[in-house]
Design a protein around this ligand. Structure first.
Ligand SMILES: Nc1ncnc2c1ncn2[C@@H]1O[C@H](COP(=O)(O)OP(=O)(O)OP(=O)(O)O)[C@@H](O)[C@H]1O
Ligand SMILES: [Mg+2]
Length: 488
């Protein structure tokens, strides 16, 4: 059994500045009173700074926060209410007590509404002042402890999301994005995540939630592209029983389910006009109506949406409502394509080896330098998702302890697929269909890359229909499932 601290408190709690030696700021323009309070509180063992006015007090607090502030209410210039407001704006955890004259209780109440914890009425004895200050310091130390706990939890969450969790990358463009994302996470603003397919939009959306004050609430995803118009509507807003054929019971919408949390609207560029209009109304009114329902329900939801499309171009083309666009992209975050941050490739590749090896091929420990070089030369039209797929596939083939260039698909290592070297020699443990699929995947990837991601051109190079290409791009993970064909 572990030894307990004698008084039952953890050693850490002793680090808290003791209430008997706190830093206190006294603000009063009345010399006698100010000096009297200073003497009383100094005798109690506190370190006291005394100033004549609110502006000086704020300046001092800005330099180094105090454990407690005692301010007179009625002063020339900045009065006690203004001081309280300013202090609270500066530091939400500031502990403020106001000094009132007899008969000004109403003003004191106003100060407490602004966040003062207590007031003291003139004239008062040193004992009353000491008692009230002690009460305030008690409160201050509780606040500090809570703040510390919260900071620790937040740091832990951020760690989980960034290091073991998932988000890998410390290239300049990624760091810039992460800084913006962290700031955005703290606010409740609506975020629009933009970026090509496979750049990590969903991952960022999850991080925004995990690092936000809503992290204890739900994170709810809607894949807008995957659902037909009427289904999407009832998915988002719910429906009442009998509101349409097949609505056999009441269904709660995702907005309701995301109450107090974050709603992630993936592929927002794909939602039909009618749903755009409803969505706009919900974002404006912060209330929903289930399909076929009368009742309006208040919802408290933070919306993060994502799209691989150029939404502004969609607005110009008349396919996306401009007013909704402005509602959604209050904070835009743009994920850089992988080809613009090749520095991230080695760390990502190692991350994916560590992520998939335990399941796919336990022998593999890492990647040879040459393998990393080959990966760095590729253009990655399918971005991080493509890299992840390639590493996972390579793991299936690999036989040594490190991934070698030979484990990579041939289009990555430069050579044209030659019958002798490029093709894996069947060794009985991989069936022919699997080998053929792999070959097909590699050929599609090469054509896709050569055509710089233009689907019609890729299909032409491969000699297949564009619709067939979409199917195959999705099958092999170059596109998310359910991607609707682009126009033109
Ligand atoms: N920076 C990163 N670190 C680690 N893994 C990543 C990173 N970016 C993306 N991934 C992984 O790549 C895959 C694709 O990411 P994600 O689904 O977030 O991309 P997306 O932009 O939403 O793609 P799509 O447009 O295809 O839906 C996921 O498995 C994700 O975990
Ligand atoms: Mg996605």
């Amino acid at each position: 059994m572990r030894a307990h601290h004698r008084d039952g408190r953890s050693p850490e709690e002793h680090e808290e500045p003791s209430n008997s030696m706190a830093r206190i700021l006294v603000i009063d323009d009345h010399d006698t009173l100010r000096e009297g309070m200073t003497v009383t509180l100094t005798r109690s063992g506190h370190t006291v700074s005394a100033v004549r006015g609110g502006a000086d007090g704020l300046a001092a607090y800005r330099k180094a926060p105090f454990d407690l502030v005692v301010t007179d209410l009625k002063m020339d210039g900045m009065d006690g209410i203004a001081v309280t407001q300013a202090l609270k704006a500066l530091d939400a955890a500031a502990v403020v007590m106001v000094v009132t004259a007899f008969g000004t209780i109403e003003t004191a109440v106003k100060a407490m509404q602004e966040g003062a914890y207590d007031f003291i009425t003139k004239p008062f004895t040193p004992d009353v002042l000491r008692a009230k200050v002690d009460k305030g310091l008690e409160l201050a130390s509780t606040k500090r402890r809570v703040e510390k706990l919260e900071a620790r939890t937040a740091a832990h969450d951020a760690d989980a999301a960034l290091s073991h969790g998932s988000l890998v990358g410390d290239s300049e463009p990624m760091l810039r994005l992460l800084t913006q994302a962290k700031k955005a996470a703290q606010s409740d603003a609506t975020v629009l995540v933009r970026g090509e397919s496979g750049t990590g939009k969903e991952l960022i959306a999850r991080m925004l939630h995990q690092q936000s004050p809503r992290r204890e609430g739900p994170f709810v995803v809607v894949h807008c592209a995957a659902l037909a118009e009427t289904l999407l509507e009832s998915e988002l807003f719910g429906h009442e029983r009998g509101s349409f054929t097949g609505a056999v019971k009441r269904k709660l919408g995702r907005f309701e389910l995301a109450d107090q949390g974050t709603l992630f609207l993936d592929e927002i560029g794909e939602i039909p006009h009618s749903v755009q209009t409803k969505l706009l109304r919900v974002l404006q009114e912060k209330e929903i109506q289930r399909v076929g329902g009368e009742e309006t329900l208040k919802v408290d939801v933070r919306v993060v949406s994502a799209t691989h499309r150029d939404l502004q171009a969609e607005v110009k083309a008349g396919r996306f409502r401009e007013d909704l666009y402005y509602r959604l992209h209050i904070v835009p975050l743009t994920l850089p394509p992988l080809r613009e941050r090749p520095e991230d490739i080695p760390a990502l590749a190692r991350h994916f080896v560590a992520k998939h090896a335990p399941r796919v091929n336990r022998r593999i420990q890492g990647l040879e330098e040459d393998t990393l070089r080959a990966l760095a030369r590729h253009a990655w039209p399918g971005n991080v998702r493509e890299l992840e797929n390639i590493v996972e596939q390579a793991l299936v083939f690999a036989e040594g302890e490190q991934l070698t260039p030979a484990d990579l698909p041939v289009h990555l290592t430069g050579g044209a697929p030659r019958m002798d070297a490029g093709l894996p020699v069947p060794h009985g443990d991989r069936p022919l269909p699997e080998i053929l699929e792999d070959l097909e995947r590699q050929l599609i990837a090469r054509a896709y890359e050569k055509a710089a991601g233009v689907k019609t051109e890729t299909a032409r190079l491969l000699g297949i229909k564009t619709s067939a290409l979409y199917y195959k791009l999705e099958k092999y993970g170059f596109l998310p499932k359910g991607t609707p064909p682009e126009e033109g």
